[in-house]
Write a protein of this length. Sequence first.
Length: 531
Amino acid sequence: MSALLEITDLRVSFRTPAGIVEAVRGATLQIERGETLALVGESGSGKTVTGLSIPQLLSYPAAFHPSGSVRFDGRELMGAPEPELRQLRGNRMSMIFQEPMTSLNPLHTIERQVGESVRIHRGLDPVAARREVLELLQLAGLSDAESRLGAFPHQLSGGQRQRVMLAMALANRPDLLIADEPTTALDVTIQAQILDLLRDLQSRLGMAMLMITHDLGVVARVAHRVAVMTGGEIVETGPVADVLHRPQHAYTRHLIEAEPKGAPVPPVTDSALVMEARDLKVHFPVTRGILRRTVDHIRAVDGVSVSVRRGQTLGIVGESGSGKTTLGLALLRLVKSEGSIVFLGHEIQSWQAKALRPLRRRMQVVFQDPYGALSPRMTIGEIVGEGLSVHEPDMPLEARRARVAEALTEVGLDPQTQDRLPHEFSGGQRQRIAVARAMVLKPELVVLDEPTSALDRSVQALIVDLLRDLQARHHMAYLFISHDLKVVRALSHYVAVMRDGRIVEEGPAQEIFSAPREVYTKALLAAALRA
């Protein structure tokens, strides 16, 4: 019997103003019924383009196939009529995309979006469709599924949205599920739950799965075989145990070794206190009714006390919704809070924006998404130099460009790229630009909010090395917010574990990682070690 999916000599090219770009170069792979094949590689390797080529979802005619064959259950899909492809999509083959927030329609309820596929392909009436949607949401492990039917995507957490995407993909019990980085932006505990769920559903439904990922921990957990891709070519294929433990190709070895390692920079002894917060609270009101009366509060940060010293890194860890990012924003006075915030010896909680402005240059932030954090309409020089134009408005243009060039060089970028736009850089390069923007003002405190979570492991390792090097040179204090405990371990001197707006455990990083006391911390560590 032939394989369920057979891809032979697949080539994908894109027409661009600069000419033809080859994204996939002669890829060949196959997936048997009931099998999971992991397609692994860094960003830009051609993984997603290969996955989108299967159901023919690329932007044609900008994308085209110079050659190749994609056969699904014996049927050739390359050049197949659109009606035939529509019958397959969402029916016999489904796809889960990387970012559920952008994949779900913000204007439609969960019930309508999940129910769309069963109405189109199975012709169910509204009552039967609602019953089927509820069953699918329960199958995908969404808690309190019935109350979520009328919810919109923004009212759900990242893990809940990914479960909704999974329910949509499973609506018609497909023979093939294509999962494109389905756990990349999720916490380690939620990631573990989604992977366990996928593996369980696969065994129960007997479907084949193409898992597209850059995380080898995911590969080891769910896949039977793995194909390694780089530069649009598949360079190694085989059983997971063979490829991960006895890699034959240099690129595969590079992927396996590319993980944040090492220890944080030795802390400065008897260093000065940079920032201290005592009993910090951020409560968001919950309003209801026509008059929007406040009926309750969401306690995003609920009585937190933290401190960070010069040359030291405090890691803040916890799941999504634990209050990590809100705490960082509150410390920077970017959201309203109650409690004491002392920065460089000044109690700044009551300061007005004008009084606070001179201190802004000494506290900086690097955000999670290197794509959304940079203005697409500004050049790199303008982005990195924006803080200088605000805090040193009298600085001559040439002096400002020299400072920007110095900052770019320090983060490992060519200073001659100042006049280029963000879209001309990779994800890792964009994150270096975001770091340069923070460092150009020579701050005492940098809040790093999930700065590596959207990056490949190899790029993560480079960013971690960069941050350690900058801290060693300039003795800055870091507040490092993350759910990735491997990265936290490589950077942090102290760790505070947050849950439901409170710190449930804190102490020296070595103690937290070697002998955690709280059950919640142990669960986070266990999930991280399994991933």
